[in-house]
Design a protein around this ligand. Structure first.
Ligand code: PLP
Length: 480
C-alpha cells in the first residue's frame, strides 16, 4: 500500500487485547520505583481515528474532510489521516511545513487563518498553497502584494455563544460587512472563491451550522453578483469528539445535510469542506499521569473548606457514605496529590474549556475500600494549577499512575515554563482489523480514477463494532 503510514509506525494490537491492556503493560514498565522518573505518556488508538473517519464519510457524504492540524499535530495522527486521504487545515507556517514534510501536496492544504503574518503568506505563495481565508480589508492588501494568485475564502461570523471555545469573538466578518469586503476584493483583483465559518469548538447546537449555511448562501449570492466565481463552502469544525457528547455527531450531520440540500443542493457545483479537529482525535488518546507527591491536609486548617459530600452518580465517589474515611472516625482531611502534568500542560482544557478531568483508576476500588476526599494538582508552583477537586478516591501512593481518557484534542504541544512536559511520549496502536480496513479503503480509492484523492465512504460494518480487540500479541513499535 502506497503511503504515509506503515506497520512500523504503531503497535499492532492482536485479537483479545485492548488499548487498556497496552496501557497497563506500559505503566508497569514505566514505574517510578524502577526508573526514578515520572513522565506522563499517551497511548493513541489510531484505529479509533479510522473509525471516526468512516463514520464521517457515512454521515456527511457530500463533505470533504480536512484535519485542523493545531488540534493535535503528532506524527501518528497526521500520517493516519494522510493515509485516509484527508486534506489539512493549517493556521501558520509551522503547520504547513509539518504536513508538507510528510508529503502532503499543496493542493490538499488550506491556510485557514484570517489574520496572517506577511512572511507566512509569502511562504504559502512560494510553496503553492492557494486556498487562504480572510475576514478584513487589511488582509486583502497583504495578499495582493504577497500572494496575488491566492484563492480567498471569506470567513463569516456567527453566534457561537453556546460553544466550549468561541472563535467568532476573534474571527469572522458580520453579514452586513460582507458586500463591502467582496467589493474591495473585486477592486483589488483578489479572487474570492467561497465562504467559511466556524461555529466554535465543541459546539452543542446543530442549528448553529444550519444558520451559518443559510448565511453562507446569502454571501455566495453577493459574491456571484459582484463577479466572483463562488464554489467553495467550508463548514469549519466544532464537531464533538467524545462518545458521550450532549449532541451526537450523527444528529449534527443530519441537520447539516438538510441545510445543504436546501441551500447548496446536490449538483450545484459547490465543493463542500469541513475542518475537523477534536472530532477525529479526542477519544483516540489516553494519557497516564504519575503521582509525584502526596500530602494529607486537615480540613480544620484555616482557609480550607469541607469537601462536598460525595455525589452518588460516579464510581470515584463514595458508593456508600459510611465508607468515607471521615465517617469511619478519623479526623476530617483531604488528600492532595501532585501530578507531573497540570493545567499549563496537557490539562489546559480545565482553564480553556471548563472541563473537569476525571481519572480512571487502574484497579477499580472494592466496595469495602474507604474513599477519601481528594484533589489533583499539577507541577507548577502556583495556586491555579488545580486539575480536579472534589474527587473521592481510595488511598493512592506516590508512583501510582492515574489514567485519563478523551485526551487527544488540544492537549499536546501545550507545555509551558510553569511546569509540565513539552512533549510526552506517545505509543501508537491499531488493531489488525482496523489496519486491514484502512488498507481496503486505500485500495478502493486507488482503483477509482475519478477520486482525485477525495475520501469516499466504504461500507464494511467493522467501524461500528471494533474496540481495538483482535490477537494476544503486541508487535512493538512507536513514534516519538
Ligand atoms: N478550523 C479553524 C479555523 C479553527 O480555528 C479550528 C479550531 O480552533 C478548527 C478548524 C478545529 O475545530 P474543532 O477542533 O472544534 O473541530
Amino acid at each position: 500500500m502506497a503511503g504515509y503510514l506503515s506497520e512500523s509506525d504503531f503497535v499492532m494490537v492482536e485479537e483479545g487485547f485492548s488499548t487498556q491492556d497496552l496501557l497497563e503493560e506500559l505503566t508497569l514498565g514505566a514505574s517510578q520505583a524502577t526508573t526514578g522518573k515520572a513522565a506522563a505518556f499517551f497511548v493513541a488508538d489510531l484505529g479509533a481515528i479510522v473509525r471516526k473517519h468512516f463514520c464521517f464519510l457515512k454521515c456527511l457524504p457530500r463533505v470533504r474532510p480536512f484535519y485542523a492540524v493545531k488540534c493535535n499535530s503528532s506524527p501518528g495522527v497526521l500520517k493516519v489521516l494522510a493515509q485516509l486521504g484527508l486534506g489539512f487545515s493549517c493556521a501558520n507556517k509551522a503547520e504547513m511545513e509539518l504536513v508538507q514534510h510528510i508529503g502532503i501536496p499543496a493542493s490538499k492544504i488550506i491556510y485557514a487563518n484570517p489574520c496572517k503574518q506577511i512572511a507566512q503568506i509569502k511562504y504559502a505563495a512560494k510553496h503553492g498553497i492557494q486556498l487562504l481565508s480572510f475576514d478584513n480589508e487589511m488582509e486583502l492588501a497583504k495578499v495582493v502584494k504577497s500572494h496575488p494568485s491566492a484563492k480567498m475564502v471569506l470567513c463569516i461570523a456567527n453566534d457561537d455563544s453556546h460553544s466550549l471555545s468561541r472563535l467568532s469573538l476573534k474571527f469572522g466578518v458580520p453579514l452586513k460587512s460582507c458586500r463591502h469586503l467582496l467589493e474591495s476584493a473585486k477592486k483589488s483583483h483578489v479572487e474570492v472563491v467561497g465562504v467559511s465559518f466556524h461555529v466554535g469548538s465543541g459546539c452543542p447546537d446543530p442549528q448553529a451550522y444550519a444558520q451559518s449555511i443559510a448565511d453562507a448562501r446569502l454571501v455566495f449570492e453577493m459574491g456571484t453578483e459582484l463577479g466572483h466565481r463562488m464554489h467553495v463552502l467550508d463548514l469549519g469544525g466544532g464537531f464533538p469528539g467524545t462518545e458521550g457528547a450532549k449532541v451526537r455527531f450523527e444528529e449534527i450531520a443530519s441537520v447539516i445535510n438538510s441545510a445543504l440540500d436546501l441551500y447548496f443542493p446536490e449538483g450545484c457545483g459547490v465543493d463542500i469542506l469541513a475542518e475537523l479537529g477534536r472530532y477525529y482525535v479526542t477519544s483516540a488518546f489516553t494519557v497516564a499521569v504519575s503521582i509525584i507527591a502526596k500530602k494529607e491536609v486537615l480540613l480544620d486548617q484555616p482557609g480550607r473548606e469541607a469537601p462536598l459530600p460525595p455525589p452518588s452518580h460516579c464510581y470515584l465517589c463514595c458508593p456508600d457514605p459510611s465508607l468515607s474515611a471521615e465517617e469511619n472516625g478519623s479526623a476530617p482531611k483531604t488528600i492532595v496529590y501532585h501530578l507531573d502534568e497540570g493545567v499549563y500542560g496537557i490539562f489546559n482544557s480545565v482553564l480553556f474549556d471548563n472541563i473537569c478531568p476525571t481519572p480512571i483508576l487502574q484497579k477499580k476500588p472494592s466496595t469495602e475500600q474507604p474513599l477519601y476526599s481528594s484533589s489533583l494538582w499539577g507541577p507548577a508552583v502556583d495556586g491555579c494549577d488545580c486539575v480536579a477537586e472534589g474527587l473521592w478516591l481510595p488511598q493512592l501512593h506516590v508512583g501510582d499512575w492515574l489514567v485519563f481518557d478523551n485526551m487527544g484534542a488540544y492537549t499536546m504541544g501545550m507545555g509551558s515554563p510553569f511546569g509540565g512536559t513539552q512533549t510526552c511520549h506517545i505509543t501508537y496502536a491499531m488493531s489488525r482489523v482496523a489496519w486491514e480496513a484502512l488498507r481496503r479503503q486505500l485500495m478502493a480509492t486507488e482503483q477509482d480514477d475519478d477520486m482525485e484523492g477525495v475520501c469516499k465512504p466504504l461500507s464494511c460494518g467493522w467501524e461500528i463494532t471494533d474496540t481495538l480487540c483482535v490477537g494476544p500479541v503486541f508487535t512493538p513499535a512507536s513514534i516519538m
